[in-house]
Write a protein that binds this ligand. Structure first.
Ligand code: APR
Ligand code: PHB
Length: 412
């Protein structure tokens, strides 16, 4: 089998790239190690920046998102027993974000690709990606047999544990990494969200986040020690801890609405960047090249902007014969990635209580949060980063020119 662009991995990065290429008349084959049900049910975040919303619309996958997605114009920060709202449009040039779960994004993209796209093979595990002078051979196993997919280009969208990264020679590859001394315990619950926006809470007991999936389903997180076993967290313990961490002085006795817990898992927290993101005919996108801790809600958005840029670069090559945008891809992406890495690190270290944290460090965190609550400049910096920083100047940079209604124009 031969294709123009071989795509390893059918997470949001691989699927969105396949859709964007298909719409531009460029053929691709997607190889995914897991089965369809597994990929569609994997619980991840669900905050979409304007550029992600635009890319999904451009991929033809905007219909259900535009009907069911909920536009959020701010978040609430809770710390030191008080609540402070960050107003996105007022602080970040009219921009907002959309809440639409990554599971739904993935379901929409898979349905479209299977209905009218190039091949998308599940349970096709890639074992090796080998470059020669004018093509790349992707060796994979499907239905018990070994196969080779020959490609002009290969994009590794195979996540942090993928194999494509190994096609960049070790002496040219640089990795930057940080692990955090805490994890998140995440639950899905059939309970109405506590508030109509997300709440990020700093507390002496540790971080908590109240998010949502719909008007009747909450997504809630608690900071827990690394190595935590979910068996030690029965539902009542989780609800009690959420109540304690989200408490404010303004509303004493306030409690979350409880409901059946339908999913429960522990997520490790990590920051990671691999550079460069291209070696000859092999490129990396999404979690294969970079991981952020989820506190800034950047993972999916970085993946989407990587592939939007890549699709544009392949279209440019197809139309003009020039590899200029592909040549710029790694540098262009990395500027935005490092900004998001910093923001995610900042949100994480400002809001969590490290196990060995001194009272001095806690006072610094509270001072920083108080600064954000009292200074429009400090709040604007957070708001701009949260809704997605527009980086000017670089050739081929993903512009924020919308291809559909702007999130800023929709009703709250
Ligand atoms: N062969 C084929 N597929 C593979 C292989 C392999 N050897 N290794 C991994 N994969 C698949 C995984 O099964 C997974 O479905 O690659 C896919 C990678 O998908 P994601 O991990 O979702 O990564 P990405 O598409 O980059 O999406 C980034 O997901 O992890 C979140 O926070 C992250 O929201 C962000 C988004
Ligand atoms: C989520 O809804 O799962 C979510 C939202 C915001 C985050 C992380 C996760 O920062």
């Amino acid at each position: 089998m031969h294709t123009t662009v071989g795509i390893v991995g059918a997470g949001p990065a691989g699927l969105l790239l396949a859709r964007l290429l298909h719409r531009a008349g460029i053929d691709s084959v997607v190889l995914e190690a897991r089965d369809r049900a597994y990929v569609e049910q994997r619980q991840r975040a669900g905050i979409l920046e304007q550029t992600t919303v635009d890319a999904l619309r451009a991929a033809g996958a905007g219909e259900r998102m535009d009907q069911e997605g909920i536009v959020h114009h701010g978040i609430e920060l809770r710390f030191d027993g008080r609540a402070h709202r960050i107003d996105f449009p007022g602080l970040a040039d009219g921009r907002s974000v959309m809440v639409y779960a990554q599971t739904e994004v993935v379901k929409d993209l898979i349905a479209l690709q299977l209905a009218e796209g190039g091949p998308l093979l599940f349970e096709a595990e890639v074992r090796a990606v080998e470059q020669s002078a004018d093509e790349v051979a992707v060796r994979y196993v499907h239905e018990g047999a070994e196969h080779t997919l020959r490609c002009d280009w290969v994009v590794g969208c195979d996540g942090f544990h993928g194999v494509t990264r190994n096609a960049i020679p070790e002496d040219l590859r640089r990795s930057y990494e940080r692990t955090y001394p805490y994890s998140w315990l995440g639950i899905l619950a059939e309970a109405p969200p506590v508030y109509d926006e997300l709440i990020y809470a700093h507390s002496a007991r540790g971080f908590a986040l109240a998010s949502m999936r719909s008007a009747s389903v909450s997504r809630l997180y608690l900071q827990v020690p690394n190595g935590t076993d979910v068996a030690d967290w029965p539902d009542d313990r989780i609800w009690d801890e959420l109540d304690a961490r989200l408490a404010t002085r303004q509303a004493p006795g306030w409690k979350l609405a409880r409901g059946p817990v339908t999913a429960k898992s522990v997520l490790p927290m990590r920051s990671h960047v691999t550079e460069p993101m291209r070696h000859e005919r092999v490129l990396l996108a999404g979690d294969a090249a970079h991981i952020v801790p989820p506190t800034g809600a950047k993972g999916l958005n970085l993946a989407a902007t990587d592939v939007a840029l890549l699709a544009k670069a392949f279209v440019h090559l197809h139309e003009s014969g020039s590899t200029r945008l592909l040549d710029d891809y790694s540098d262009t992406c990395l500027e935005r990635i490092w900004r998001a890495e910093h923001f995610s690190y900042f949100m994480t270290t400002t809001l969590h209580a490290a196990p060995d944290q001194s009272p001095f460090e806690t006072r610094l965190q509270l001072s920083q949060l108080a600064r954000i609550a009292s200074s429009p400049h400090a709040a604007a910096e957070l708001a701009h980063n949260y809704v997605g920083v527009a980086l000017p100047g670089r050739p081929g940079a993903v512009a924020s020119a919308p291809t559909g209604p702007d999130l800023g124009e929709q009703a709250p």
